[in-house]
Ligand binder design. Structure first.
Ligand SMILES: *[C@@H]1O[C@H](CO)[C@@H](O)[C@H](O)[C@H]1NC(C)=O
Ligand SMILES: *[C@@H]1O[C@H](CO)[C@@H](O)[C@H](O)[C@H]1NC(C)=O
Ligand SMILES: *[C@@H]1O[C@H](CO)[C@@H](O)[C@H](O)[C@H]1NC(C)=O
Ligand SMILES: *[C@@H]1O[C@H](CO)[C@@H](O)[C@H](O)[C@H]1NC(C)=O
Ligand SMILES: *[C@@H]1O[C@H](CO)[C@@H](O)[C@H](O)[C@H]1NC(C)=O
Ligand SMILES: *[C@@H]1O[C@H](CO)[C@@H](O)[C@H](O)[C@H]1NC(C)=O
Length: 933
């Protein structure tokens, strides 16, 4: 038995990514540099294309390309230099270098001649193991200075922000204040900060303005919330602030004295900017929020802590989104004239509110958490580079790394205080890094730039590969708001709505039943996403430290009197609570709860997907047409995914049925969709000359559905390289020079699927090269001010900016993550089977011995009493029933093994390949270790 298991293990051992030794990435200069990229309303970028290559002469901008006021000065021995933003009154620093990782962009500047350098590291943490941290609406700026010539120099650094971080409209009136905190934190000093908000607060409102064609467009800035700029205090570095004084006066104060007044201007409110009436390029008044740091005399032996400053910038709102729910206490009539429940729009608060009662507490935590956030981000970057290099080399690694921050810009996590959320105790949760406790959570997503919709299904689907690689637990948390709305009774059509709200942050649904016309696409997506979420019990990134540590954190207001004081509290998130491992468990629970909905969607596909009506696909700029093969593939795969879900949940007749339908449709499809010359799949059944890139086939391989035969992949693999345009094979043959970056990456993962994706031959495969070389070329040449995912004839993207679909670039990593997950699941299943047989054998053995000895004893006793024994069924039966009782436990175990689903006493489904291991349970025991200090 043991031998058998060992052999099996050996057979299943998977070639994993060979982690090359960590290597710096100093020589890669992305053409869009993320600076502070954290939420739909906190995003500062530097454009390196269009000949603007210097932070010291360019204002960082929002993704809409509107400049944000973020400026910086460096003072060396009384002489002032400009290191950030366009401040022409002072000479610009030399931009000596730029180093980027998945989470940070670090610039180094010098004065001229170079005696002192300033390194400004912009860190927007990427902590996929920790959703709570990932959701904090702040980004770091770490400044450090260094003497270059062996001499001591008097050094001060200055930076400021203005009201353009809140709104594009200069006449909006601004209120500001200084703030400070951290005083109840032991061992370290507090912090100093400044904040501002619009005087006229309009929750959930974005401003609109007319574009050159007269169309009203959102500026994508929200008229609600505060911009916060703060710096950690330290004994060695003196930090001063200035709030609401005019920009020119504030800068001059710094240039002259190297310090700021530490005052807040009382003439408030004032407009973001006041311009001269006679000369509009002359700015008369502009209140700014500024911080300056005096490092004293910095020489070669000055300690790092004495020549550095840590800042945080944040955009903070509460509440975050409005969400449509049914109101069971009332009724109304739907557009179909049928009665339905009344509607109730609820407001959802940010996840951090569950743990931090005030902005100040949150900021104290964020600043004190820098070391951990930086380390976690570095670990993720190292792992990502190692994996991505192993799968497709250095350039692919750069592409996925620089794509990462913008994925998270689209998302915000909410604290789900609703009734459904409260019931989710063991369901949809994130873990607080302070208490280690589960907090009911959901994640909302803005379809940035293309239209601002909330939770667009065909935007979540493209970035699935990143989620599967880095943070599978985000998937059920993203899908939950959709499931709830679709189950609310407020939306009657069967296929899922394209989104759950016309414009972020209003997830107010479509109670008018109107939705964008791509129902097959979204139905297939929902089923495929549901099954994808159920698969990854063990994340590819699990080697990363999943411990959630809070160093030196103490807060009397957060600790109740019965709690031990939280000094040096260390919440250890053991394996059982590594957030990334929770995803599969949540997804299983979700699939069980929403099974009826999923089944209805499968039925819809059965009815509609073989001969799609005049529908659109995700890429609706190509217009709609009937019989699009891309939709047929999506529909067939969606039904197969449902069959897998049904099978996993023990619904075997549904599973068999939809397995049959999907196979039958596939056969009909292949008769209709292959071009007459047998060289490729057409884009519609009825036109021999048109074809598209079939990115949807990726789902077949990703999820191991095995629907389409190898011959289809061979055919497409041979076809694509012959079609390659400047940016890879086009998405649609009617537009030979257009491509979509996410679909380039998806399609690259459908080339030669029999090759090990990590092998040199897979990497050299002409099909894969045609897609990924096109993608890499775009990453070198794009002239957008921020990343755009839709490549047009001129080689850049009109619209489709900073969308999370960049997570699709992770296609090869996602593919590998799921392969590993499947192998592991199979291994566990075999192990369990092996164990079961072993236990059964032992049990039978013990039972037999017991029976034999019992009978012997009885016979002996009876003989002593003078009886003659003829048979003893009663005792035997009792023994058997005890064995059956134990056997039931093992039977459940086996059911786990074969169907991968088990129901605990409380009725909560758990996933055997994620939880339930003795080791894991031990880990879970010591999740939270209060360390008294
Ligand atoms: C620094 O800026 C100049 C243009 O001002 C540019 O040519 C150069 O490439 C930049 N260097 C770096 C390292 O970004
Ligand atoms: C969100 O809904 C509110 C009404 O509740 C409305 O005033 C606001 O303009 C909407 N926001 C957007 C971005 O459409
Ligand atoms: C406050 O700002 C206004 C407008 O820039 C300026 O006129 C005034 O002198 C400032 N007040 C102080 C105390 O600095
Ligand atoms: C308008 O103001 C700008 C900036 O202060 C200045 O450079 C320009 O010369 C002024 N133009 C006129 C016509 O005064
Ligand atoms: C879709 O394709 C089928 C099979 O070729 C054909 O019978 C049908 O007419 C097509 N539908 C449309 C609207 O073109
Ligand atoms: C196929 O599509 C092309 C381009 O749209 C069109 O010109 C042609 O007429 C179509 N052929 C058929 C048979 O519909």
């Amino acid at each position: 038995m043991l031998l058998f298991s060992l052999l099996l293990l050996a057979a299943l051992a998977l070639p994993t990514a060979h982690a090359e030794p960590p290597k710096d990435e100093p020589d890669y200069t992305p053409i869009w540099v993320p600076l502070a990229v954290r939420s739909p309303y906190l995003g500062a970028w530097l454009s390196m294309s269009r000949n603007q290559k210097n932070l010291a002469r360019e204002d960082p901008h929002f993704w809409t390309t509107q400049p944000l006021g973020w400026k910086g000065l460096l003072r060396v021995d009384g002489e002032t230099w400009n290191w950030m933003g366009d401040l022409t009154e002072w000479p610009a620093c030399n931009n000596a270098s730029l180093r980027t990782t998945a989470a940070s962009s670090a610039f180094t500047f010098t004065n001229e001649p170079p005696t002192v350098s300033l390194t400004a590291e912009f860190l927007s943490p990427i902590t996929p193991a920790d959703l709570f941290r990932q959701s904090l609406p702040f980004s770091y700026l770490h400044l450090s200075v260094e003497s270059l010539d062996g001499q001591p120099h008097a050094v001060e650094a200055y930076s400021e922000i203005n009201g353009l971080w809140l709104a594009d409209e200069e006449d909006e009136e601004l209120l500001w204040d200084s703030l400070s905190g951290g005083e109840d934190k032991k061992g370290e000093d507090g912090w100093t900060g400044v904040k501002a908000r619009l005087k006229d607060q309009r929750n959930f409102v974005e401003t609109y303005k007319q574009d050159e064609f007269g169309t009203w467009m959102s500026t994508d800035r929200i008229m609600h919330g505060e911009i916060v700029y703060a710096a950690q205090a330290s004994e060695a570095v003196e930090t001063s602030f200035s709030a609401g004084h005019d920009a020119m006066a504030t800068r001059r104060e710094f240039a002259e004295t190297g310090r700021l007044s530490g005052t807040s201007n009382s003439t408030s409110p004032r407009p973001i900017r006041t311009r001269s009436l006679s000369n509009s390029s002359e700015i008369l008044d502009e209140p700014v929020l500024a911080l300056s740091h005096s490092f004293g005399r910095v020489g070669p032996s000055t300690k790092a802590s004495h020549r550095s400053a840590l800042l945080a910038i944040g955009h903070v709102r509460d509440p975050l989104v409005q969400y449509m729910t049914p109101d069971p206490s009332g009724s109304s009539t739907g557009p179909d004239s049928k009665p339905r429940l009344a509607e109730k729009v609820i407001e959802l608060r940010p996840l951090w509110r569950s743990t931090f009662p005030t902005l100040e507490k949150l900021l104290s935590f964020f600043l004190s958490d820098y070391d951990h956030a930086k380390q976690a981000s570095e670990d993720f970057n190292t792992k990502l580079y190692a994996d991505a290099r192993a799968v497709d080399g250095e350039e692919y690694a750069h592409v996925v790394a620089i794509s990462t921050r913008q994925i998270y810009q689209a998302m915000e996590a909410v604290w789900d205080e609703s009734e459904e959320g409260k019931r989710a105790e063991e369901g949809l949760v994130a873990y607080s890094p302070v208490t280690g406790e589960p907090v009911p959570a959901m994640v909302f997503m803005k379809e940035i730039s293309s239209n601002g919709n909330v939770q667009t299904v065909d935007v979540i689907a493209p970035f699935l590969p990143h989620l599967l690689y880095a943070s599978p637990s985000l998937l059920p948390l993203l899908l939950e708001p959709i499931y709830r709305y679709m189950s609310s009774g407020l939306y009657v059509p069967t296929p899922p709505a394209h989104d759950i709200g016309d414009h972020y942050p209003n997830a107010t649904g479509h109670n008018d039943f109107l939705y964008a016309g791509l129902p097959i696409e979204e139905t297939g997506n929902m089923l495929l996403l549901a099954w994808a979420g159920m698969q990854v019990a063990e994340p590819a990134t699990e080697g990363l430290d999943a411990r959630v540590k809070v160093r030196e954190w103490w807060d009397s207001t957060l600790a109740s009197s019965s709690d031990p004081p939280r000094i040096g509290w260390e919440a250890r998130v053991g394996k059982g609570r590594d957030h990334r491992r929770e995803g599969a468990r949540m997804a299983w629970a979700q699939a069980r709860e929403r099974y009826g909905l999923l089944k209805g969607w499968a039925k819809y596909l059965e009815e509609e997907c073989l001969y799609p009506g005049d529908q659109r696909t995700t890429d609706d700029f190509f217009g709609s047409s009937p019989n699009q093969t891309s939709l047929v593939i999506k529909g067939i795969l969606g039904m197969r995914a449902f069959s897998e879900i049904a099978s996993s949940l023990g619904e075997s007749s549904d599973a068999d049925y939809y397995r049959g339908v999907s196979s039958k449709y596939r056969d009909i499809f292949l008769d209709l969709a292959v071009a007459k010359d047998g060289s490729h799949l057409m884009s519609t059944y009825n036109n021999q000359t048109l074809w598209i890139t079939h990115y949807n086939l990726y789902f077949d391989l990703l999820l191991g559905l095995d629907v389409f035969p190898q011959s289809v992949y061979d055919m497409q693999t041979a076809f694509y390289p012959k079609q390659a345009g400047p940016y890879g094979p086009p998405l649609d043959s009617r537009f030979p020079n257009r491509a979509k970056t996410d679909w380039l990456a998806w399609a690259s993962a459908t080339c030669s699927p029999l090759l090990d994706p990590f092998s040199p031959s897979a990497r050299a495969d002409p099909c894969r090269r045609s897609f990924l070389d096109g993608l890499a070329r775009y990453f070198r040449e794009d002239v957008n001010a921020v990343f755009g995912d839709s490549i047009n004839e001129e080689g850049w993207s009109v619209g489709f900016l900073v969308r999370p679909v960049a997570g699709g670039h992770y296609s090869l990593l996602g593919l590998q993550a799921l392969r590993q997950a499947r192998v592991r699941a199979m291994r566990r299943m075999k192990e369990r089977e092996g164990r079961w047989w072993f236990e059964l054998a032992v049990l039978v053995g013990v039972g037999l011995v017991g029976l034999v000895s019992w009978r012997a004893v009885r016979r002996w006793r009876n003989r002593r009493r003078g009886y003659v024994e003829l048979g003893a069924p009663g005792g035997g039966r009792r023994r058997l029933s005890a064995a059956a009782g134990m056997g039931a436990v093992d039977g459940a175990d086996e059911r786990r093994g074969s169907e991968m689903s088990v129901w605990s006493a409380g009725g909560t489904p758990t996933v055997p390949f994620a939880l339930g291991d003795e080791d894991d349970e031990e880990d879970a025991e010591e999740e939270v270790i209060p360390r008294r200090g």
